[in-house]
Ligand binder design. Sequence first.
Ligand SMILES: Nc1ncnc2c1ncn2[C@@H]1O[C@H](COP(=O)(O)OP(=O)(O)OP(=O)(O)O)[C@@H](O)[C@H]1O
Ligand SMILES: [Mg+2]
Length: 359
Amino acid sequence: MSNENAVIIDNGSYECKAQIANKDFSRQQLRSMVKEPKKGSYECTAFIQETFSLKYPFENGFVVDMDIMEKIWDQILINVVGSNQDQYPVILSVAQAQPKKFKEKAIQLFFESYDVSSFYLISGATLQLYNRGKFTGVVVDSGYGITQSTPIFDGFSLPHTICKNNVSGSALTEYFIRIMTELGVYFNSYSEQNIANQIKEQFCYVSENYEVEIEKFNHCLPHELPDGNCIQIRDQRIRCPELLFQPLLIGLNQPGIHELIIQSIKKSDLDLRKYLFQNIILVGGTTQLLGFNQRLINELTKLTPLSIKPKMDDSSDKIFSVLDGAKLLLGISSFQSMWIERSLYDEYGPSIVNRYCWG
Ligand SMILES: Nc1ncnc2c1ncn2[C@@H]1O[C@H](COP(=O)(O)OP(=O)(O)OP(=O)(O)O)[C@@H](O)[C@H]1O
Ligand SMILES: [Mg+2]
Protein backbone atom coordinates (compact mmCIF):
# COMPACT_ATOMS: atom_id res chain seq x y z
CA MET A 1 0.00 0.00 0.00
CA SER A 2 1.30 3.47 -0.86
CA ASN A 3 1.36 6.18 1.78
CA GLU A 4 1.71 8.87 -0.86
CA ASN A 5 -1.97 9.06 -1.65
CA ALA A 6 -2.98 9.01 2.03
CA VAL A 7 -5.44 11.75 2.95
CA ILE A 8 -4.51 13.64 6.12
CA ILE A 9 -7.26 15.41 8.04
CA ASP A 10 -6.64 17.85 10.90
CA ASN A 11 -10.01 17.96 12.61
CA GLY A 12 -9.80 21.48 14.03
CA SER A 13 -12.83 23.02 15.68
CA TYR A 14 -12.30 26.30 13.81
CA GLU A 15 -11.20 24.87 10.52
CA CYS A 16 -10.93 21.36 9.24
CA LYS A 17 -7.72 21.18 7.22
CA ALA A 18 -6.84 18.36 4.86
CA GLN A 19 -4.63 17.30 1.98
CA ILE A 20 -3.29 14.34 0.04
CA ALA A 21 0.10 13.52 1.56
CA ASN A 22 2.31 14.05 -1.47
CA LYS A 23 0.26 16.87 -2.99
CA ASP A 24 0.55 20.11 -1.07
CA PHE A 25 -1.52 21.82 -3.76
CA SER A 26 -4.50 19.69 -2.68
CA ARG A 27 -4.47 21.39 0.75
CA GLN A 28 -7.91 22.61 1.84
CA GLN A 29 -9.37 24.56 4.78
CA LEU A 30 -13.06 24.43 5.62
CA ARG A 31 -14.81 26.20 8.51
CA SER A 32 -15.99 23.51 10.91
CA MET A 33 -19.65 24.30 10.61
CA VAL A 34 -22.54 23.66 8.28
CA LYS A 35 -25.41 25.91 7.37
CA GLU A 36 -28.93 24.65 7.34
CA PRO A 37 -30.89 26.16 4.47
CA LYS A 38 -34.61 26.78 4.72
CA LYS A 39 -35.28 23.57 2.76
CA GLY A 40 -33.94 21.59 5.68
CA SER A 41 -30.99 19.93 3.95
CA TYR A 42 -27.43 20.66 5.05
CA GLU A 43 -24.79 22.37 2.97
CA CYS A 44 -21.23 23.50 3.74
CA THR A 45 -20.01 26.79 2.41
CA ALA A 46 -17.50 29.53 2.95
CA PHE A 47 -20.21 32.15 2.28
CA ILE A 48 -22.93 32.08 4.87
CA GLN A 49 -26.14 33.99 4.38
CA GLU A 50 -27.65 35.44 7.52
CA THR A 51 -30.91 33.62 6.78
CA PHE A 52 -29.28 30.24 7.37
CA SER A 53 -28.85 28.73 10.78
CA LEU A 54 -25.34 27.58 11.56
CA LYS A 55 -24.57 24.22 13.13
CA TYR A 56 -21.34 23.41 14.90
CA PRO A 57 -20.24 19.84 15.70
CA PHE A 58 -17.76 20.91 18.41
CA GLU A 59 -17.99 22.08 21.99
CA ASN A 60 -14.73 23.18 23.60
CA GLY A 61 -12.69 21.32 21.01
CA PHE A 62 -14.59 18.00 21.31
CA VAL A 63 -17.05 16.60 18.80
CA VAL A 64 -20.54 16.52 20.26
CA ASP A 65 -22.60 16.07 17.09
CA MET A 66 -21.42 13.29 14.82
CA ASP A 67 -24.05 13.97 12.12
CA ILE A 68 -22.75 17.49 11.57
CA MET A 69 -19.17 16.23 11.75
CA GLU A 70 -19.96 13.76 8.99
CA LYS A 71 -21.28 16.54 6.73
CA ILE A 72 -17.99 18.39 7.16
CA TRP A 73 -15.94 15.26 6.41
CA ASP A 74 -18.10 14.62 3.33
CA GLN A 75 -17.30 18.09 2.06
CA ILE A 76 -13.61 18.17 2.85
CA LEU A 77 -13.06 14.78 1.22
CA ILE A 78 -14.83 15.98 -1.91
CA ASN A 79 -12.69 19.12 -1.89
CA VAL A 80 -9.46 17.16 -1.47
CA VAL A 81 -9.92 13.98 -3.52
CA GLY A 82 -12.72 15.12 -5.85
CA SER A 83 -14.52 12.32 -7.61
CA ASN A 84 -11.50 10.01 -7.47
CA GLN A 85 -12.95 6.56 -6.94
CA ASP A 86 -9.68 4.87 -5.92
CA GLN A 87 -9.44 3.73 -2.34
CA TYR A 88 -7.05 5.72 -0.16
CA PRO A 89 -5.79 5.53 3.43
CA VAL A 90 -6.76 8.23 5.95
CA ILE A 91 -4.94 9.72 8.93
CA LEU A 92 -7.36 11.58 11.18
CA SER A 93 -5.79 13.98 13.65
CA VAL A 94 -7.90 14.98 16.66
CA ALA A 95 -7.54 16.80 19.98
CA GLN A 96 -6.05 14.79 22.86
CA ALA A 97 -8.16 12.65 25.17
CA GLN A 98 -11.10 12.02 22.85
CA PRO A 99 -13.80 9.71 24.23
CA LYS A 100 -13.52 6.09 23.03
CA LYS A 101 -17.02 6.31 21.54
CA PHE A 102 -16.02 9.18 19.24
CA LYS A 103 -12.99 7.27 17.99
CA GLU A 104 -15.08 4.18 17.32
CA LYS A 105 -17.73 6.12 15.46
CA ALA A 106 -15.01 7.83 13.40
CA ILE A 107 -13.30 4.61 12.28
CA GLN A 108 -16.67 3.09 11.49
CA LEU A 109 -17.60 6.03 9.26
CA PHE A 110 -14.28 6.03 7.44
CA PHE A 111 -14.39 2.31 6.65
CA GLU A 112 -18.10 1.92 6.06
CA SER A 113 -19.15 5.23 4.48
CA TYR A 114 -15.95 6.44 2.83
CA ASP A 115 -14.59 2.97 2.06
CA VAL A 116 -11.01 3.88 2.98
CA SER A 117 -8.32 1.25 2.48
CA SER A 118 -6.79 1.79 5.95
CA PHE A 119 -7.10 4.23 8.83
CA TYR A 120 -5.08 5.75 11.62
CA LEU A 121 -6.14 8.20 14.33
CA ILE A 122 -3.58 10.28 16.19
CA SER A 123 -3.47 13.37 18.36
CA GLY A 124 -2.58 16.66 16.72
CA ALA A 125 -0.13 17.38 19.56
CA THR A 126 1.98 14.34 18.70
CA LEU A 127 2.09 15.25 15.01
CA GLN A 128 3.06 18.82 15.79
CA LEU A 129 5.95 17.60 17.91
CA TYR A 130 7.12 15.32 15.06
CA ASN A 131 6.94 18.33 12.80
CA ARG A 132 9.59 20.05 14.94
CA GLY A 133 11.78 16.98 14.60
CA LYS A 134 11.28 15.96 18.23
CA PHE A 135 9.80 12.99 20.04
CA THR A 136 9.86 14.46 23.54
CA GLY A 137 8.53 17.87 24.58
CA VAL A 138 5.44 19.73 25.74
CA VAL A 139 3.01 20.78 23.03
CA VAL A 140 0.99 23.84 23.96
CA ASP A 141 -1.90 24.19 21.54
CA SER A 142 -4.23 27.16 21.70
CA GLY A 143 -6.52 27.19 18.67
CA TYR A 144 -10.24 27.87 18.64
CA GLY A 145 -12.10 25.73 21.13
CA ILE A 146 -9.56 24.59 23.67
CA THR A 147 -6.10 25.27 25.09
CA GLN A 148 -4.13 22.16 25.99
CA SER A 149 -0.69 21.47 27.36
CA THR A 150 0.42 17.97 26.40
CA PRO A 151 3.71 16.44 27.58
CA ILE A 152 4.93 13.79 25.14
CA PHE A 153 7.70 11.29 25.85
CA ASP A 154 9.37 9.26 23.12
CA GLY A 155 6.52 9.97 20.74
CA PHE A 156 3.69 9.06 23.07
CA SER A 157 1.55 11.45 25.05
CA LEU A 158 1.09 10.84 28.76
CA PRO A 159 -2.70 11.14 29.26
CA HIS A 160 -2.57 11.79 33.02
CA THR A 161 -0.32 14.84 32.47
CA ILE A 162 -2.50 16.71 29.97
CA CYS A 163 -3.93 19.97 31.31
CA LYS A 164 -6.52 22.12 29.54
CA ASN A 165 -8.84 25.05 29.87
CA ASN A 166 -11.68 26.47 27.78
CA VAL A 167 -10.00 29.76 26.93
CA SER A 168 -8.96 29.89 23.31
CA GLY A 169 -9.73 31.77 20.09
CA SER A 170 -13.53 31.54 20.34
CA ALA A 171 -13.61 32.69 23.98
CA LEU A 172 -11.30 35.58 23.10
CA THR A 173 -13.51 36.73 20.23
CA GLU A 174 -16.66 36.48 22.40
CA TYR A 175 -14.96 38.49 25.12
CA PHE A 176 -13.73 41.08 22.61
CA ILE A 177 -17.28 41.49 21.29
CA ARG A 178 -18.54 41.90 24.85
CA ILE A 179 -16.05 44.56 25.90
CA MET A 180 -16.47 46.50 22.65
CA THR A 181 -20.08 47.17 23.72
CA GLU A 182 -18.59 49.47 26.39
CA LEU A 183 -17.70 51.76 23.47
CA GLY A 184 -21.16 51.43 21.98
CA VAL A 185 -19.93 49.04 19.26
CA TYR A 186 -22.05 45.95 18.65
CA PHE A 187 -21.14 42.88 16.57
CA ASN A 188 -24.36 40.88 16.39
CA SER A 189 -24.75 38.92 13.18
CA TYR A 190 -22.48 36.13 11.99
CA SER A 191 -20.69 38.37 9.50
CA GLU A 192 -20.23 41.11 12.12
CA GLN A 193 -18.75 38.55 14.48
CA ASN A 194 -16.32 37.54 11.73
CA ILE A 195 -15.27 41.18 11.47
CA ALA A 196 -14.74 41.29 15.25
CA ASN A 197 -12.60 38.16 14.93
CA GLN A 198 -10.47 39.80 12.25
CA ILE A 199 -10.03 42.93 14.37
CA LYS A 200 -8.98 40.72 17.29
CA GLU A 201 -6.38 38.96 15.13
CA GLN A 202 -5.07 42.20 13.65
CA PHE A 203 -5.03 44.65 16.54
CA CYS A 204 -5.10 42.84 19.87
CA TYR A 205 -1.80 42.10 21.53
CA VAL A 206 -0.62 40.46 24.73
CA SER A 207 0.70 42.99 27.18
CA GLU A 208 4.13 42.24 28.62
CA ASN A 209 3.15 43.74 31.96
CA TYR A 210 -0.62 43.89 32.05
CA GLU A 211 -1.24 45.43 35.49
CA VAL A 212 1.09 48.34 34.76
CA GLU A 213 0.00 48.88 31.13
CA ILE A 214 -3.74 48.80 31.81
CA GLU A 215 -3.37 51.52 34.48
CA LYS A 216 -1.89 54.04 32.09
CA PHE A 217 -3.41 52.87 28.82
CA ASN A 218 -4.45 55.87 26.79
CA HIS A 219 -3.96 54.98 23.11
CA CYS A 220 -6.94 55.08 20.88
CA LEU A 221 -6.76 53.16 17.61
CA PRO A 222 -9.18 54.28 14.91
CA HIS A 223 -10.45 51.54 12.62
CA GLU A 224 -12.79 51.81 9.68
CA LEU A 225 -15.48 49.14 9.41
CA PRO A 226 -16.56 47.81 5.98
CA ASP A 227 -19.67 50.04 6.10
CA GLY A 228 -17.49 53.16 6.34
CA ASN A 229 -18.13 53.80 10.04
CA CYS A 230 -15.06 54.40 12.14
CA ILE A 231 -14.63 52.86 15.58
CA GLN A 232 -12.00 53.65 18.20
CA ILE A 233 -10.41 50.67 19.93
CA ARG A 234 -8.93 51.40 23.34
CA ASP A 235 -7.67 49.11 26.11
CA GLN A 236 -9.83 46.30 24.69
CA ARG A 237 -6.73 45.51 22.63
CA ILE A 238 -4.89 44.18 25.66
CA ARG A 239 -7.85 43.18 27.85
CA CYS A 240 -9.04 40.60 25.31
CA PRO A 241 -5.84 38.48 25.06
CA GLU A 242 -5.23 38.86 28.80
CA LEU A 243 -7.97 36.27 29.18
CA LEU A 244 -5.43 33.62 28.15
CA PHE A 245 -3.49 34.35 31.33
CA GLN A 246 -6.44 35.31 33.55
CA PRO A 247 -9.55 33.25 32.74
CA LEU A 248 -11.10 34.76 35.88
CA LEU A 249 -11.75 37.92 33.82
CA ILE A 250 -14.82 36.10 32.49
CA GLY A 251 -15.50 34.36 35.79
CA LEU A 252 -13.81 31.10 34.76
CA ASN A 253 -12.02 29.58 37.70
CA GLN A 254 -9.46 27.79 35.52
CA PRO A 255 -5.66 28.06 35.28
CA GLY A 256 -4.13 30.49 32.81
CA ILE A 257 -2.09 29.08 29.92
CA HIS A 258 1.22 29.51 31.81
CA GLU A 259 -0.20 27.62 34.80
CA LEU A 260 -1.46 24.81 32.54
CA ILE A 261 2.08 24.30 31.28
CA ILE A 262 3.55 24.23 34.79
CA GLN A 263 0.86 21.85 36.03
CA SER A 264 1.28 19.43 33.16
CA ILE A 265 5.08 19.38 33.54
CA LYS A 266 4.75 18.83 37.29
CA LYS A 267 2.55 15.81 36.60
CA SER A 268 5.37 14.32 34.48
CA ASP A 269 8.28 12.25 35.82
CA LEU A 270 10.76 14.20 37.92
CA ASP A 271 13.74 13.36 35.72
CA LEU A 272 11.91 14.55 32.60
CA ARG A 273 10.79 17.94 33.86
CA LYS A 274 13.88 19.99 33.07
CA TYR A 275 13.94 18.68 29.51
CA LEU A 276 10.23 19.46 29.08
CA PHE A 277 10.70 23.04 30.33
CA GLN A 278 13.30 23.51 27.64
CA ASN A 279 11.22 21.99 24.86
CA ILE A 280 7.91 23.82 24.87
CA ILE A 281 6.32 23.80 21.43
CA LEU A 282 3.76 26.53 20.72
CA VAL A 283 1.06 25.75 18.17
CA GLY A 284 -2.47 26.82 17.24
CA GLY A 285 -3.72 30.06 15.72
CA THR A 286 -4.21 31.90 19.02
CA THR A 287 -0.51 31.66 19.92
CA GLN A 288 0.14 33.97 16.95
CA LEU A 289 -1.07 36.94 18.98
CA LEU A 290 1.51 39.66 19.07
CA GLY A 291 3.51 39.68 22.31
CA PHE A 292 2.32 36.23 23.34
CA ASN A 293 5.73 34.53 23.42
CA GLN A 294 7.47 37.17 25.49
CA ARG A 295 4.70 37.28 28.10
CA LEU A 296 4.59 33.49 28.31
CA ILE A 297 8.33 33.28 28.86
CA ASN A 298 8.07 35.96 31.59
CA GLU A 299 5.27 34.14 33.39
CA LEU A 300 6.99 30.75 33.14
CA THR A 301 10.27 32.16 34.36
CA LYS A 302 8.52 33.50 37.48
CA LEU A 303 7.14 30.04 38.22
CA THR A 304 10.19 27.85 37.54
CA PRO A 305 13.29 27.27 39.67
CA LEU A 306 16.15 29.67 38.93
CA SER A 307 18.32 26.87 37.55
CA ILE A 308 15.83 26.17 34.75
CA LYS A 309 15.44 28.52 31.82
CA PRO A 310 12.20 27.71 29.98
CA LYS A 311 12.67 27.58 26.20
CA MET A 312 9.99 27.73 23.56
CA ASP A 313 10.01 26.57 19.97
CA ASP A 314 7.84 28.86 17.96
CA SER A 315 9.45 28.23 14.62
CA SER A 316 7.15 26.57 12.14
CA ASP A 317 3.79 27.27 10.58
CA LYS A 318 1.13 27.21 13.28
CA ILE A 319 -1.90 26.47 11.17
CA PHE A 320 -0.68 23.57 9.02
CA SER A 321 1.86 21.96 11.34
CA VAL A 322 -0.45 18.99 11.99
CA LEU A 323 -0.55 18.19 8.26
CA ASP A 324 3.21 18.63 7.97
CA GLY A 325 3.79 16.38 11.00
CA ALA A 326 1.57 13.69 9.46
CA LYS A 327 3.59 13.80 6.24
CA LEU A 328 6.74 13.12 8.27
CA LEU A 329 5.04 10.25 10.10
CA LEU A 330 4.02 8.69 6.80
CA GLY A 331 7.65 8.75 5.73
CA ILE A 332 8.80 6.66 8.70
CA SER A 333 9.16 3.04 7.59
CA SER A 334 7.91 1.61 10.92
CA PHE A 335 4.63 3.50 10.52
CA GLN A 336 3.66 1.08 7.78
CA SER A 337 2.81 -1.57 10.40
CA MET A 338 0.71 0.86 12.44
CA TRP A 339 -2.12 1.31 9.92
CA ILE A 340 -5.42 -0.32 10.76
CA GLU A 341 -6.04 -2.24 7.57
CA ARG A 342 -9.54 -3.09 6.43
CA SER A 343 -9.02 -6.80 7.18
CA LEU A 344 -8.22 -5.93 10.81
CA TYR A 345 -11.26 -3.67 11.05
CA ASP A 346 -13.48 -6.39 9.55
CA GLU A 347 -12.17 -8.89 12.08
CA TYR A 348 -12.35 -6.81 15.28
CA GLY A 349 -14.82 -4.00 14.51
CA PRO A 350 -14.61 -0.35 15.61
CA SER A 351 -13.08 -1.09 19.04
CA ILE A 352 -9.77 -1.89 17.29
CA VAL A 353 -9.14 1.87 17.14
CA ASN A 354 -8.71 2.04 20.91
CA ARG A 355 -6.09 -0.72 20.80
CA TYR A 356 -4.07 0.67 17.93
CA CYS A 357 -4.39 4.44 18.19
CA TRP A 358 -3.47 5.99 21.49
CA GLY A 359 -0.63 8.36 20.59
N1 LIG B 1 -2.79 36.15 13.96
C1 LIG B 1 -3.68 35.72 14.85
N2 LIG B 1 -3.82 36.34 16.04
C2 LIG B 1 -4.73 35.92 16.94
N3 LIG B 1 -5.55 34.85 16.77
C3 LIG B 1 -5.44 34.20 15.59
C4 LIG B 1 -4.52 34.58 14.58
N4 LIG B 1 -4.65 33.72 13.54
C5 LIG B 1 -5.64 32.85 13.89
N5 LIG B 1 -6.10 33.14 15.12
C6 LIG B 1 -7.19 32.45 15.86
O1 LIG B 1 -6.84 31.08 15.96
C7 LIG B 1 -8.04 30.29 15.97
C8 LIG B 1 -7.92 29.17 14.98
O2 LIG B 1 -6.75 28.44 15.31
P1 LIG B 1 -6.51 26.96 14.76
O3 LIG B 1 -6.56 26.94 13.28
O4 LIG B 1 -5.26 26.48 15.42
O5 LIG B 1 -7.79 26.25 15.36
P2 LIG B 1 -8.31 24.77 15.12
O6 LIG B 1 -7.12 23.86 14.94
O7 LIG B 1 -9.31 24.75 14.03
O8 LIG B 1 -9.06 24.52 16.49
P3 LIG B 1 -8.78 23.56 17.74
O9 LIG B 1 -7.42 22.93 17.54
O10 LIG B 1 -8.83 24.48 18.92
O11 LIG B 1 -9.89 22.58 17.72
C9 LIG B 1 -9.20 31.25 15.66
O12 LIG B 1 -9.87 31.57 16.85
C10 LIG B 1 -8.49 32.48 15.10
O13 LIG B 1 -9.20 33.69 15.38
MG1 LIG C 1 -6.01 22.59 16.08
